[in-house]
Design a protein around this ligand. Structure first.
Ligand code: PAF
Length: 274
């Protein structure tokens, strides 16, 4: 496996390949990322993972400075998972001058749910992903379904810009008890890891109710918010939405239940398709 830090070296290394399959990450990898790398292997002739903590997608009060940078451990795991090239640029390399050209995703998709509570988040995500797709010459790009809205925003961006790239989603990986794997789980204390199970349990309860025919979505969302609040969480949203466009259901749609909530100082997100 090659570890590459510059765009010039990456281009040189990729020149012999026709179909890079790329897994963009911010590092601090867990089994969910590694599953994406294994999923990527048969989808291209070279498997590339990028590791870059993207300042543009963090608000000033968020955890950009403390986000764990664990390059050595990440590389060992990526190599074991069969990754061929790791591209880990410095900020100076990826943003040699202030990134004033940015990708602004449409408000109806990017200013709801995560985008409502993290203004500008998807501008930062789209801008860096566009750049990473360009420098890695991706023909297939894989993103985890745990960031459901992110996957949808990127899929739409790639489609509207007619980029010759297949965007592939990877299933959310969970602990045996059901906690969705996330780099931010590392912020949780052992006791909080137990408490954190309430998030997936809350989603599962709503999914079960919907499967059983419940149709009062507002009521289900309110009960979910209440369950989290009563256990001391600070929920941002519990929402039942259409899988197709994350808008409110109108009847007969395939649904997804999404939630974001703060447990102590850690903000967790999760979702389940119905
Ligand atoms: O999901 C992530 O880790 C990031 O948002 C991504 C897609 C690598 C862009 O920085």
């Amino acid at each position: 496996m090659q570890l590459i830090h510059t765009i010039a070296e990456l281009r040189a290394a990729l020149s012999q390949y026709r179909h890079p399959a790329v897994v963009p990450t911010m590092g601090n990898l867990h089994a969910g990322h590694l599953a994406l790398v294994r999923q990527a292997k048969p989808l291209g002739d070279v498997t590339v993972s990028t590791i870059f903590v993207n300042r543009l997608q963090f608000a000033p009060h968020e955890d950009f400075d403390t986000y764990p940078r664990t390059l050595e451990a990440d590389c060992a795991q990526l190599e074991a998972a069969g990754c061929d090239i790791v591209f880990a640029p410095s900020e100076q390399e990826l943003y040699p001058q202030p990134q004033t050209f940015k990708v602004h995703p449409p408000t109806e998709l990017a200013d709801i749910l995560e985008g409502h509570f993290r203004p500008g988040f998807f501008i930062g995500v789209c801008t860096v992903v566009m750049k990473l797709l360009a420098v890695t010459q991706a023909r297939t790009a894989l993103f985890g379904k745990k960031d459901y809205q992110q996957l949808m925003v990127i899929r739409n961006m790639v489609k509207q810009f007619a980029l010759p790239i297949d965007v592939v989603g990877g299933e959310t990986q969970r602990s045996e008890a059901g906690l969705a794997l996330s780099s931010r789980n590392g912020y949780l204390s052992p006791a909080q890891r137990e408490e954190a199970l309430l998030l997936s349990a809350t989603l599962r309860k709503i999914v079960t109710a919907l499967r059983a025919g419940a149709s009062d979505v507002a009521q289900l969302e309110a009960e979910g918010m209440h369950a989290l609040r009563s256990a001391g969480w600070v929920p941002d949203y519990v929402a039942v939405r259409r899988q197709a466009d994350l808008q409110a259901p109108r009847g007969g749609d395939d649904l997804v239940v999404l939630a974001a909530a703060r447990l102590g100082s850690t903000r967790l997100i999760d979702n389940m398709e119905v």
